[in-house]
Design a protein around this ligand. Structure first.
Ligand code: ADE
Ligand code: ZN
Length: 326
């Protein structure tokens, strides 16, 4: 089978996806009209044209602004439903989705609004398409640790729906060590732990995420290649890395796809996975990311198969579920 068809037809898992980053310009526009929110754009086309970034922060500014149109339960249902439709189209059978509660609670939109909306869409996707979904509650690292702890407490009624906690937003200047207590508390409650580290920030932040936050999986982590001792540690622990190729190009982590290190990390023996991060902002869902690796990095069939296997091995599925896909 041709590689392009194999990309489409292999059942896959996605492990690094921010639900707020799936807000398509068309839905943003429609929700702004519905809620009479004024957007700094004149048209859907103008929203699309604004998506030119030179850093993580330049993207986050638009991402938080865009999320302001999400106001009621049905908005969160529609957002989740649209992403899960993309999962069906891309043959994603399992997905572990991050959401940023503080982006919403700061605007007076609480857990009782967004969680039921998410839940309704997730149950439908499970019933209609057999897709399995885990949720990862991410803390915003530009805010304080006490605010993250408050968020963990606010989520209490929804703990049964949440598999893991994460750490995202502006990396530089907000090291993992800022969040030791909240991650310890989350771990004690039985949550798995993930954190963005080594996206724009240095390899030292990856050490901190491993040693201080005791993460079970590393989001991005591409800067690990700066530090050979760290590479050995990640290999020895079989730590999964959720790499997001098109995101890294859009946010100038690498200057072009030909210079991306994902296949080198794979060759170096790391458990690398492919993910879309914020597909609406970065111009591609999961299969687009795999296709980019084929087109620009010469990914062959054996690399593709290993990346897809890793997407299940690095998941939080129980062993018997994982094994069904390996
Ligand atoms: N929030 C959404 N996407 C993100 C990314 N790529 N890095 C950090 N925080 C994020
Ligand atoms: Zn991310």
């Amino acid at each position: 089978m041709k590689l392009i068809h194999l990309i489409e037809q292999l059942p896959k898992s996605e492990l690094h996806l921010h639900i707020e980053g799936t807000l398509e310009p068309e839905l943003m526009w429609a929700l702004a009209e519905k809620h009479k929110v004024s957007l700094p754009y004149e048209s859907v086309e103008a929203i699309k044209e604004a998506y030119q970034f030179d850093s993580l922060q330049s993207f986050l500014d638009l991402y938080y602004q865009g999320a302001d149109v999400l106001r009621d339960e049905d908005d969160f249902y529609q957002l989740m439903r649209q992403y899960l439709q993309h999962c069906k189209a891309d043959n994603i059978v399992h997905t572990e989705i991050m959401f940023d509660p503080q982006t919403h609670t700061a605007r007076g939109v609480g857990f009782d609004i967004f969680m039921p909306g998410f839940q309704r869409a997730i149950e439908e996707a499970r019933r209609e398409w057999g897709i399995s979904v885990y949720l990862i509650m991410s803390f915003l690292r530009h805010l304080s640790e006490p605010e993250a702890i408050e968020t963990l407490n606010q989520a209490r009624a929804y703990y049964p729906l949440i598999t893991a906690v994460g750490l995202d937003s502006s990396e530089k200047g907000n090291p993992p060590e800022k969040f030791i207590k909240v991650f310890a508390a989350a771990r004690a409650l039985g949550f798995k732990c993930v954190a963005h580290a080594g996206e724009e920030g240095p390899a030292d932040y990856i050490w901190q995420a491993l040693d201080l936050l005791k993460i079970d999986r590393l989001d991005h982590g591409v800067r690990a290649s700066d530090d050979q001792a760290l590479m050995a540690r990640l290999r020895d622990e079989n730590m999964a890395l959720t790499v997001c190729p098109q995101s890294n190009i859009k946010l100038c982590v690498f200057d072009n796809m030909q210079h991306h290190n994902i296949l080198q990390l794979l060759e170096d023996g790391l458990c690398v996975t492919v993910n879309s991060d914020d597909p609406s902002y970065f111009g591609g869902y999961l299969n687009d990311n795999y296709r980019a690796l084929m087109t620009h990095l010469g990914m062959d069939e054996s690399a593709l198969v290993q990346l897809v296997k890793n997407s299940f091995m690095g998941s939080f599925l129980p062993a018997e579920e994982k094994n069904k896909w390996l």
